[in-house]
Each structure stands twice: as C-alpha cells, then as structure tokens.
Design a protein around this ligand. Structure first.
Ligand SMILES: Cc1ncc(COP(=O)(O)O)c(C=O)c1O
Length: 422
C-alpha cells in the first residue's frame, strides 16, 4: 500500500484564515481546542442561508420550505457524524446549554439522596450542571484524576458507583491535557446499576471518529465549532431515553417530538447550514483518503463512511505532529509536560508549564508573533487543581488541527526556546 501522505496545503487552501499573516508569517492556529478555523464552504453556507433562505420553519413559502429542509439535512448530517439516527440529535447554542438543559430535565425523574457521578478530568460543561444538583439534595461524587498517570482512577469510579447512582457524566477526551478515557468501560458499569450516562465528547470529536452506538452511551455532547463549524452545540440522546423524558422548553414540549424536544425557541438555522458543510468538509477528506482505512471502514457506506475515513485521516496526520511537538518541547530546559504517558490514548493537545514563566506571559509572547495558543485552566478547573497548578496560573496549551504544519511547530519551538533562554 502507498505511504499515507496528507496534503496539508490542499486543506489550508480551503481555510481563508490560513492566508492571514502577522509580520509576514502565517498565523499558527494552535488554539484549536478552544475552537477551530472554518473552511470557505462553511462561510458560504452560512451567508447563503441568510441571503436566500432566511425564514422560520413551517410556513408555506419558499424560504420557509428551504428552512425545513436545512433542519432535516442538519439532523441527517449530524447523525452521520455520530453514527445514530437523525431523530436522536438536537441543536442549541453550546454543549454547556445542552448539559444544563438535560440535567434539569432528568432531575425531575430523581429523588433526594439519588447520586450523580462526575469526574475531575471534565470541563465545567459536564460537571457544573451536575454539581448544582447537589444544592437540590442529590449526592454528587467526583472520580479522581490520578496526578501521576493523568488518567481517571477507574477503581475510584467503581467504589463510587452504587445502586443509587442515577447519572454518570464522563469525559471522552480531556481538553486540558489530551487524555482519552475508555468511556465504554465506564458506561457498561454505569448501566449495570441502571444509571444514565452522559459523555462529553467536545474535545474528542475534533480528533477521532465516533460511534455512539458502539460505546452505548445514553447521551453525548459535542460542539461543531471545535471541528470546523460555527459556534453551536450538538446533542445525541438515545431514542429510548428521548421518548421517556419530558423537557421544559418554552412551551414547545407538547408540540416538539424526537430530538426537537431539545430546541429552546427558534433553532440556529444558519449555524446548522454551516455545520452541514463542516461535516461535508470532513467527508471530503474521507473521500480522498478512505483507501488507507479499508479495515476500519468495513460495513460503512455513504457519507457516514466518508466522515469516519475523514476523521481517521485527520488523526493519522495530527498524531505524529503531536509526537514531534512533545519530543521537541521536552528538549527545552524548564519545560514540564502534563499528559498521558507516551503510547497511551490521547489527542494531539499538548499541555505544559515553563519554569520561571507564568502561562499567560508565555502565550502573550507567542500571540505577539502570530502563534495563537491558550493558557489557564480552559474551564477544566478540577483538572488543573488536581495537578496542583491553580495558584501558578494553570497550563500553556498547544492544540493541533489538520491545517497546522510542521513549520508552525518549528516556529513555536524556536520562540519557546528564546523565552527559556536556551
Ligand atoms: C471538553 C469540553 N467540554 C465542553 C466544552 C464546552 O463547550 P461549549 O462551549 O459548546 O459549551 C468545551 C469547550 O472548550 C470542551 O473543551
């Protein structure tokens, strides 16, 4: 078989932002875990919708018919992205909104003393709504992050699980440190005690293909703005749970069915248009590289097959680039990396500190040179706390996307070396 070679320039040519420069250098977008750039087709779809199809749904005129169509196409595209049926997905402004909405509605089925399990590796999105339930008399237990391995402590999880556990809210990939958790193991155990599972896949979804049925979760959250789409949230809910659960949705509860139960008021049609094209963009990568992944793609067809192939190709490109980044960071005096051990499942998101330099000081120097990177806790506040880094300003985070290049990394390493005085 031919050697896998990813045409990064072909990808970059589709992103107008990749043409922007600071002091003559192309901007290095290493801020992907906070949100990626968008290809032209996403921009065109959003403006195209607002010019040609802008209306509310359900009316008897052209733009409204087309708006109905946009919504149906968005359900179908999201279903191909997740591996479920179009009736099992819904949209809102953000995953955090979905998380709050779901927690409030499932709480109606719970009794005081019932238990919820969250984790130290999660973003606030998948912990704070559940922590709030503590105020209503529910018991909230937190699974510990092992600060040595940077993995969740499965034994601690098993010890916390009980026949009073009603919800397990868990993270698939850690946005702060890149750790990937074997969520199926946690979901299977949760189901043994009859608990409902919520998987935060917001970070994972940008780097790996997903199959919600294979992991068997009841609910999954992800956000298209992390994978080339517009700012919005996407929720999957298994159809059985969806049928059973009632939602408080601004009076729409009695009229909305299936995943439309999630919609609070008028949905974001223009963002849906953009999201469809983000998924088509991933599928277009898959079409190009599917030949390299025949084994993984067995049994899949159509756009679902291309989406999975696209994510596999993105991973195949990003992972070695992430390895290079970590290897070179380790050579810089005073740099400490925080993430799973080499060889453990992870995303190409690399977190570190530099002796004698606060994280915000470092990202400011990078930012001045057109190297976009984040510092702090990234709302993974319990992770940063567990690592003992809260007082010192948290972490510096460099995250890769398929439009990032070796040159971006070289330029970043050179700047970090200068900061370190190496
Ligand atoms: C792992 C993870 N979960 C949840 C969120 C929040 O997503 P949203 O902004 O769509 O609420 C983020 C955003 O950075 C994230 O990285």
């Amino acid at each position: 078989m031919k050697e896998f070679k990813f045409d990064v320039e072909a990808i970059r040519s589709q992103f107008p932002a990749c043409r922007l420069k600071v002091d003559g250098e192309p901007i290095a977008y290493l801020d992907g875990p906070g949100g990626t750039q968008v290809p032209q087709r996403v921009l065109d779809a959003i403006t195209g919708y607002l010019i040609n199809d802008n209306a509310n749904e359900g009316g008897f005129f052209g733009a409204s018919y087309r708006t109905d169509e946009v919504e149906n196409r968005a359900f179908a595209a999201a279903a191909d992205f997740l591996g479920c049926s179009p009736q099992e997905v819904g949209f809102s402004n953000a995953s955090t909104q979905h998380s709050y909405n779901f927690s409030v509605n499932i709480a109606k089925t719970m009794a005081p003393g019932d238990e919820v399990i969250i984790t130290e590796i999660d973003h606030q999105c998948n912990s704070q709504p559940w922590r709030r339930l503590g105020e209503l008399g529910f018991v909230v237990k937190t699974v510990r992050l092992d600060p040595e391995t940077k993995q969740l402590d499965f034994d601690d999880y098993l010890a916390k699980l009980s026949d009073r556990t009603k919800v397990v809210a868990i993270n698939w990939a850690a946005n702060a440190i890149g750790t990937i958790t074997d969520v199926k193991r946690y979901i299977d155990k949760a189901h043994e005690v009859g608990a409902v599972t919520v998987v935060d896949a917001v970070h994972y979804a940008a780097h790996k293909p997903m199959d919600v049925k294979a992991i068997g979760t009841d609910v999954l959250l992800c956000s298209p703005y992390k994978w080339f789409g517009p700012h919005m949230g996407l929720i999957y809910m298994d159809e059985k749970l969806l049928a059973d659960l009632s939602f408080n949705n601004a009076g729409a509860e009695d009229i909305a069915e299936g995943s439309r139960k999630f919609h609070m008021g008028t949905p974001q049609y223009e963002q849906m248009s953009g999201m469809i094209e983000a998924i088509e963009f991933i599928a277009s990568i898959g079409e190009e590289y599917a030949g390299f992944f025949e084994e993984e793609l067995q049994g899949l067809s159509g756009r679902r097959r291309n989406v999975v192939a696209g994510m596999l190709a993105i991973d195949e490109y990003e992972a070695p680039l992430g390895d290079k980044l970590r290897r070179e960071l380790r050579q810089i005096p005073g740099v400490t990396l925080y993430g799973p051990a080499d060889g453990e499942p992870r995303t190409p998101t690399v977190a570190f500190t530099m002796d004698g330099h606060a994280p915000d000081e470092v990202t400011k120097v990078l930012g001045d040179r057109g190297i976009n990177a984040w510092h702090g806790d990234f709302y993974a506040i319990y992770t940063v706390e567990a690592l003992g880094l809260t007082e010192s300003g948290g972490l510096i985070r460099l995250g890769l996307a398929p439009y990032c290049t070796e040159y971006d990394i070289d330029r970043t390493i050179e700047t970090l070396r200068e900061i370190a005085g190496a």
